[in-house]
Ligand binder design. Structure first.
Ligand code: AHR
Length: 503
């Protein structure tokens, strides 16, 4: 039986304007993300710098605004100096986070060149695991200072006359995690991050800094960690990071789709902690969220245990995503949009080969994973002003989650107010949902397109041989009647309803 749900949107009821960096991503020196991912000299589609232009084409299609680099866990034992200067003189190193060999053939300047070609901006992480204040002040002098000092002159000698002007910097990575090289207590990290932030902003006061929050919501130190770290760093940083990966190990779809509600709670808690510290400090400043690692990650966990250590660019974290994962990624994007007033940066982790929407074969082709599509739609059509959705929907209960909304949805109004896009996931496994939307004070509505991602097999995936097994169509059923629309959302589907409206 068809279920019914209602959505009310009003142009005047706004959550916030989206920051373009909400659709960021992440490239780590891990597995085949860099080598044979974005960089593969000798590949038929490699350009003069060795960058794969078939991969760049897809990244441009995704309009990825910002890419975090070079890690991740990798950064916590990384010497950035190893990756600059003459390639022939760069050292090969044991890479300890993922137990591989790092050739350093690709480094900071290659990344900046690549980012320019891919039409994206860099977001750099610094090593606060094995290193600290000194290396941080040096790297920012190298990248951002115009010239006339040791490190900025060295950049010029390396062929980069103008500074790279990198705006956003992460103060380490997941420093709360015992697996992290140079792991610290909240107090130790908070003090180090504070002092590092100070020197970095002395070199370049125009930068923005992201301090490490918890690695995920179930960390035992969660909440206390954020409060302590922010107490130390509040006046020196601009964002606190959040990371969360979801998975369906127990193979229970109802639970899997419900997990997003916990992510929503996680975001609300981090906002509450930021504002608690703000109140305690009697500060006028608001700390924003950089959700700089989010995705589904679990498929490759077992196979990764069998990977031989100390090889170059081994296949690691190569999750093959299913249709149900695409629904979870769609839910994630809707949740991020609903928090657009506080979440300003978010990075789908990662971009190529490593838990990624884009896959490549070494020497071969490139293809889109299932999760590519919701990310693509949100990045393309989810920019503008997020409207406050009022939703009436049936709910479901599972052994672990109660009152889960069958329908999750949000609307985004374009900056020129001539287009409204409604994103919706129907979590109902058995029946379509008829969505009745009252679009108050919006006139002249016309349907541009109702895109649907649906599939008969929940575990369907794409591969090099079958790249289009899971892909969206534009035959969604939506009727427009003045300022009301009626849309049929198939059971288990991701929907993008694009409407034209009069200003
Ligand atoms: O994205 C893969 C890894 O997940 C990152 O290196 C780390 O920050 C997180 O634990």
């Amino acid at each position: 039986m068809v279920k019914k749900a209602k959505l009310y949107l009003n142009k005047k009821f706004k959550i916030a304007k989206t920051d373009k960096r909400l659709y960021g991503s992440f490239v780590e020196h891990l597995g085949r993300a860099v080598y044979s991912g974005i960089y593969e000299p000798g590949h038929p589609r490699a350009d003069e710098d060795g960058f794969r232009d078939d991969v760049i084409e897809l990244i441009k299609e995704l309009k990825v605004p910002v890419v975090r680099y070079p890690g991740g866990n990798f950064v916590s034992a990384y010497n950035w100096e190893d990756g600059v200067g003459l390639v022939e003189e760069r050292p090969e190193r044991l890479e300890l986070a993922w137990r591989s060999i790092e050739t350093n053939e690709f480094g900071l300047n290659e990344f900046i060149n690549w980012a320019k070609k891919a039409g994206t901006e860099p977001m750099m992480a610094i090593n606060l695991g094995t290193r600290g204040i000194d290396a941080a002040r040096n790297i920012i002098e190298y990248t951002n200072h115009p010239g006339g000092s040791y490190w900025s002159n060295l950049r010029k000698e390396h062929g980069y006359e103008k500074p790279h002007q990198i705006k956003t910097w992460c103060l380490g990575n997941e420093m709360d995690g015992p697996w992290q090289i140079g792991h610290k207590t909240a107090e130790e990290y908070g003090r180090l991050a504070e002092e590092t932030a100070k020197v970095m902003k002395l070199v370049d006061p125009s930068i923005e800094l992201v301090v490490c929050g918890s690695s995920h919501s179930s960390m035992p130190s969660f909440a206390e960690w954020e409060a302590t770290v922010l107490s130390n760093t509040y006046e020196h940083v601009d964002y606190i990071s959040m990371h969360e990966y979801l998975g369906n190990r127990e193979n229970n779809l109802a639970n899997y789709l419900a997990k997003m509600d916990r992510v929503d709670d996680f975001i609300k808690s981090v906002i509450a902690i930021c504002d608690y510290v703000k109140a305690r400090k009697k500060s006028d400043k608001t700390i924003y969220i950089s959700f700089d690692e989010w995705n589904v990650w679990y498929h490759s966990n077992e196979q990764d245990k069998r990977v031989k250590p100390w090889s170059k660019a081994p296949a690691l974290l190569e999750d093959i995503y299913t249709f149900e994962d695409a629904l979870v990624v769609g839910l994630f994007l809707i949740t991020l949009l609903k928090h657009a007033d506080r979440v300003k940066i978010a990075c789908l982790a990662q971009l190529v080969n490593v838990i990624a929407p884009i896959m490549t074969r070494e020497g071969g082709s490139v293809w889109k994973q299932t999760i590519y599509y919701p990310y693509y739609h949100a990045s393309r059509y989810g920019r503008g002003t997020v409207l406050q959705p009022v939703i009436e929907t049936p709910v479901y209960n599972t052994d672990k989650y109660k009152g889960v909304k069958m329908l999750e949805t949000v609307g985004v109004l374009s900056d020129d107010e001539t287009e409204l896009t409604i994103f919706a996931v129907n979590r109902n496994q058995d029946s379509p949902t008829e969505l009745d939307c009252s679009l108050n004070n919006m006139s002249g509505l016309e349907l541009l397109e109702h895109i649907v991602l649906e599939h008969d097999e929940i575990k369907a995936s794409n591969s090099e041989e079958k790249p289009d097994n899971v892909k969206p169509h534009s035959n969604g059923k939506t009727r427009v009647n003045e300022n009301r629309i009626l849309a049929e959302l198939p059971a288990l589907s991701w929907n993008v309803i694009r409407l034209k409206l009069k200003k």
